[in-house]
Design a binder for this molecule. Structure first.
Ligand code: 5GP
Length: 197
């Protein structure tokens, strides 16, 4: 007998790096108590301002590979050469135990795997930058990346943009305020069944 009417749902925000999905996800998490962020594991270096166990579970490469071997991930991806990211099965259980709707920030391959595994339980939103040029500018302005890392990211972007039509909704991130309002509507309509006008 289920202890409540809680429905196990997931919302994935996916996009090329720099399209603004992290800003959208943070905004929604601040707006809705019923959402919980899926903290991914990664072996990449922690950036200034990031916290272990909040932004990511920062693991050594060895630990990450051990977890792959032990099948502890729902999905994982070598997003850039030698940089691994993945969703731990234990993370999904942790958030559903708290009766949260799980929000993900992940690249397109991971989003496809989650869609395949969870079907109608998941809503995948593809966040699209207004143009490739704007995206490259945003990545450069971020200033968290070295030149080499920036090049790797830009190379990947073009392939990622081709995924636009594979998901449930395309959210164009042009004017941020408008995007955030639209993200609210998408979230509420998926969770409460409200119609998008
Ligand atoms: P960043 O290094 O900028 O934090 O993340 C790089 C990319 O990895 C972003 O597109 C981010 O959304 C993606 N990413 C973060 N966590 C995961 C995850 O658990 N699985 C997958 N497949 N991608 C992830």
């Amino acid at each position: 007998m289920p202890k409540s009417k809680f429905q196990q749902k997931l919302i994935v925000f996916t996009a090329p790096s720099g399209a603004g999905k992290t800003t959208i996800v943070r905004y929604l998490l601040n707006t809705y108590d019923f959402l919980g962020f899926s903290i991914s594991a990664t072996n990449r270096k922690m950036r200034d301002g990031e916290t272990d166990g909040k932004d990511y579970y920062f693991l050594s490469t060895e630990d990450f590979k051990e977890k792959i071997h032990a099948q502890e991930f729902i999905e994982w991806e070598e997003v850039y050469k030698d940089q691994y990211y993945g969703t731990l099965k234990s993370e999904i259980e942790r958030l559903w135990d708290l009766e949260k709707t799980i929000v993900f920030d992940m690249e397109v391959n991971g989003a496809s795997v989650i869609k395949e595994k969870y079907g109608d339980q998941v809503h995948v939103v593809f966040v699209k930058p207004p143009s490739l040029e704007v995206l490259v500018e945003r990545l450069k302005n971020r200033k968290t990346e070295s030149e080499a890392s920036l090049r790797k990211r830009i190379k990947r972007v073009k392939r990622e943009l081709s995924f636009e039509n594979s998901f449930d909704y395309v959210l164009v991130n042009d004017v941020l305020d408008t995007t955030l309002k639209e993200a609210e509507i998408i979230t509420e309509s998926f969770i409460f069944g409200k119609l998008i006008e």
